[in-house]
Design a protein around this ligand. Structure first.
Ligand code: ADP
Ligand code: TRP
Length: 322
């Protein structure tokens, strides 16, 4: 089984990204025979238009993933643009892609619906994603629910190409991550960069503590019993607490007689402890840029070798090779 997934470097990782996606990707490195993970900087270029920022976010994403447990001995980590074969494959796929298929894509449709003009890069976004997947003969693609449509587009394109030119691509499957517990943000809505309600994994502990103390809560008096399950502060606390601590807090919610401030302080402490090791590893990696470059260079070499083989197969199939 070859597992592959990509992460766009469009901002720093927040708790929602970690618990909803990254932690689960990383766990897969032990299950798969082969695990490929890449930083999707070409996709990010459709939104991040500042070159310095894109470079920095790309490096940060790589360091963050390594610090959070992605192990280069067990998984291949690389930057999307370091494998130019993917962009070539993207063109081969584009020539067989119908406009209608892309017009039905969420990212493009949503942007149009908001009255914004979408660029051709956003329009063709799912085709580049299909090339990312097909270039490595990937069979399993772990993604959040929001990406399932893109995997369907990929399967459509692969099937169309195989049907027209003969068996060329491995048919991939989405492995939908468990996002049953959507991580709430500081305002109680889904945590998301676009809502400005994030708590970032590698934020300075002092800053993070302030942000936690500002989490919106209701104004019920201290003595009143509260329902833990419907409370976003309780949900955030549950991400870090062990079963016993969670149960204890749930009981206190039900009996009343505590203030939200107390829970926030505890949440700040627990989350700081939870990410303390990754934070230390991150500091270490940041002081060794050469090592990070080497890891990404080695990853790109492995990825390119595989992508070149698949590209050649596709070129032969469609007749752009003598
Ligand atoms: P954002 O909404 O902040 O822009 P992305 O869309 O870049 O986040 O999300 C990257 C991954 O993280 C996706 O696979 C998504 O499912 C997951 N994710 C993002 N926010 C949350 C959340 N609040 N709870 C659970 N998973 C999340
Ligand atoms: N579009 C994905 C996202 O926004 C990132 C991505 C790019 C990806 N290429 C991919 C994910 C290939 C899985 C496979 O989350």
């Amino acid at each position: 089984m070859r597992v592959l997934s990509g992460i766009q470097p469009t901002g720093r990782f927040h708790w929602g990204n970690y618990f909803g996606a990254i932690r689960q990707y990383i766990e897969l490195q032990d299950e798969a025979e082969d695990a490929f993970y890449f930083i999707a900087n070409l996709h990010a270029l459709t939104t991040v238009r500042d070159p310095e920022r894109l470079r920095q976010l790309t490096t940060d994403a790589a360091i963050d993933l390594l610090a959070l447990g992605l192990d280069p001995d067990r998984a291949t980590l690389f930057v999307q643009s370091d494998v130019p074969e993917v962009s070539e494959l993207c063109w081969l796929l584009l020539t067989g892609t119908s406009m209608g298929l892309l017009e039905r894509s969420h990212a493009y449709k949503d942007k149009k619906a908001k009255g914004l003009t979408a660029g051709a890069g956003l329009f063709a976004y799912p085709v580049l994603q299909a090339a990312d997947i097909l270039a490595y003969d990937s069979d399993t693609v772990p993604v959040g629910e929001d990406q399932v449509q893109h995997i369907e587009v990929c399967r459509d394109l692969a099937a169309g190409f195989n049907h027209h030119f003969g068996e060329t691509f491995v048919m991939p499957k989405a492995k939908v991550l468990d996002t049953s517990a959507k991580v709430p943000g500081t305002d109680g809505e889904k945590m998301s960069k676009s809502y400005g309600n994030t708590l970032d994994v590698f934020e300075e502990p002092k800053v993070l503590k302030k942000q936690i103390m500002r989490i919106v809560t209701d104004s019920r008096p201290v003595e009143e019993p509260k329902d833990p399950q419907s409370d976003h502060l309780f949900q955030l606390y549950s991400l870090f607490a062990d079963d016993a601590a969670r149960k204890e807090l749930a009981e206190r919610y039900c009996s009343g007689g505590f203030g939200y401030g107390e829970v926030k302080k505890k949440l700040a402490e627990l989350s700081e402890g939870f990410f303390a090791e990754p934070r230390a590893r991150r500091a270490e990696l940041e002081s060794e840029p050469q090592r990070v470059r080497e890891i990404l260079g080695d990853g790109a070499a492995v990825a390119r070798k595989k992508a070149a083989e698949v590209l050649l197969r596709a070129q032969n199939a469609c007749g752009v090779r003598p």
